[in-house]
Design a protein around this ligand. Structure first.
Ligand code: ATP
Length: 468
């Protein structure tokens, strides 16, 4: 199978179909910030719902948390972020732009747009200096008297500072986890690549507290679980890999980290695909709990009444980016194909998002063939029934072929068409997004049929030609 997706095509589709818009567009835009439109909200919501399902819905050893974005400034002293959450920054004396010294390979010089990434060695760069990525703000009505606070650069610390609260009410003992989804903020030196790297983004993080001697085993366990999550939701196996960090790359708190990487496409057909991080899975040891215990004076440990043992748990952390995962699902689902018209031999092109049905923003579209003769009324009745079960869209405007194309482009797995026969015998046709097969189904049987298909295991049709 050819990989036809490029970042340019994804950006264009996201804008055209209302997934993601450049932010503040009417004011000329604000670099690298984005707003999610209707289908983007639904898609990202489904990504988060699947994550919650894997963390909370399908198991009993993890609880949920939603902590504040603004936290006591001492949190960031204890965590090491104030001192060490920095990236190496270099200036180019020629083009006056700033770059991350460790990402020069990826950056391109705006003064020489035709140059290929990696040609910064031509540039006249300053020595690298450390730049803290935390956004600072002032809390309190009078700026001069206010206290400095930081927008959280990760959701994880909100979990550590609530360890004691959760332990007190959750009736859990290690191994157990605390999961959180929310916005994080980093003043990235070089944001870019659409929603891959932005200054405001969402994370899905889970801290799994374990007896120290079990940490390695749980680290392997979560690597496997998290890989499986992406695969079950339809990402191609040959587009995913695990990469262990080398010693020089490890964060200050980590004894071992592996990244799940996705093979993202380049900007256009001529650019190469590149492996980039989707999620980091770290063994954070007991670093965070020990530091917060030291800085707050609170005891952050677990006392096992059965054995009389008292210890500070180790932490295994799968940390994923919601926006990055959403982008990977979009890219992987993107397909273009030529549809042969029966008997005519001549093909017509279509763009289709072959999203996992659970991720698709809309599950079913109900389309009356014509907007008269009682068809809209029956279509509204069918849509109302389906709406009780799944995200349903009603659309009666324009030629049926164009309405199908629109649903293909937003990844709707099924289109239900109401025609003149429907009014006579209360049957409808169900069109499958991927196979384009059409079948006639009784309206009475339709809700159960689609609900069953929605919950069935799914494999991307893009893999049909590949060995299983
Ligand atoms: P990178 O090396 O790409 O800057 P990181 O290793 O600093 O990322 P982590 O601190 O491990 O990232 O954060 C966990 C996850 O949060 C990342 O795997 C990514 O999916 C997401 N993430 C981090 N920074 C950003 C960002 N600026 N924009 C979007 N997502 C991000």
């Amino acid at each position: 199978m050819n990989d036809v997706a490029t970042m340019e095509k994804i950006v264009a589709l996201c804008k055209r179909r209302g997934f993601v818009f450049p932010s503040s567009e009417i004011y000329g835009g604000m670099g690298s910030t984005y707003d999610f439109g209707h289908y983007g909200v639904l898609l990202k919501g489904n990504v988060k719902a699947q994550w919650w399902r894997a963390m909370i819905g399908e198991r009993e050893d993890i609880v949920a948390l939603d902590s504040a974005i603004l936290q006591h400034p001492r949190v960031w002293e204890a965590s090491g972020h104030l001192e060490g959450f920095t990236d190496p920054l270099v200036d180019c004396r020629t083009c006056k732009q700033r770059f991350r010294a460790d990402q020069l390979e990826e950056a391109s010089c705006p003064r020489a747009p035709s140059k290929h990434p990696g040609e910064h060695k031509d540039c006249d760069l300053t020595q690298a200096r450390q730049f803290n990525l935390m956004f600072e703000t002032t809390v309190g009505p009078v700026k001069e008297e206010g206290a400095t606070a930081y927008l959280r650069p990760e959701t994880a610390q909100g979990i550590f500072i609530n360890f004691k609260n959760v332990l007190a009410f959750a009736r859990k003992k290690p191994p157990f986890g605390i999961a959180q989804v929310g916005k994080s903020f980093r003043n990235e030196i070089t944001p870019g690549n659409f929603i891959f790297r932005t200054r405001e983004f969402e994370q899905m993080e889970m801290e799994f507290f374990v007896p120290p001697e079990e940490a390695e085993r749980w680290h392997s366990y979560w690597l496997e679980e998290r890989m499986r999550w992406y695969l079950d939701l339809g990402l191609r196996e040959d587009h995913l890999r695990l990469r262990a960090h080398g010693a020089e790359e490890l964060s200050h708190y980590s004894s071992a980290t592996s990244d799940i990487e996705y093979l993202f496409p380049g900007k256009d057909e001529r650019s190469e695909r590149r492996w980039m991080e989707l999620e980091g899975i770290a063994n954070r040891t007991d670093f965070d709990l020990r530091r917060h215990a030291e800085y707050s004076g609170e005891k952050l440990e677990y006392f096992d009444q059965a054995s009389g043992r008292r210890y500070v748990p180790y932490v295994i952390e799968p940390a994923a980016g919601t926006d990055r995962a959403t982008l990977a699902f979009l890219v992987d689902a993107y397909d273009e194909e030529v549809v042969e018209r029966e008997g005519q031999g001549k093909g017509e092109g279509r763009t289709v998002l072959r999203l996992h049905p659970q991720l698709a923003p809309v599950k079913v579209a109900v389309l009356p063939l014509v907007s008269r003769d009682g068809q809209p009324e029956l279509a509204h009745e069918v849509a109302a029934r389906l709406r009780a079960l799944m995200q349903t869209e009603y659309d009666e405007g324009g030629a049926i072929g164009r309405r199908y194309r629109r649903q293909d482009e937003i990844g709707t797995p099924w289109c239900v068409t109401i025609d003149h026969q429907s009014l006579e015998d209360r049957t409808v046709t169900v069109r499958d997004r991927d196979s384009l097969a059409q079948e006639r189904v009784a309206i009475e049987e339709l809700p159960a049929l689609l609900a069953e298909r929605l919950s069935a295991p799914w494999r991307s049709p893009k893999l049909a030609g590949d060995p299983a």
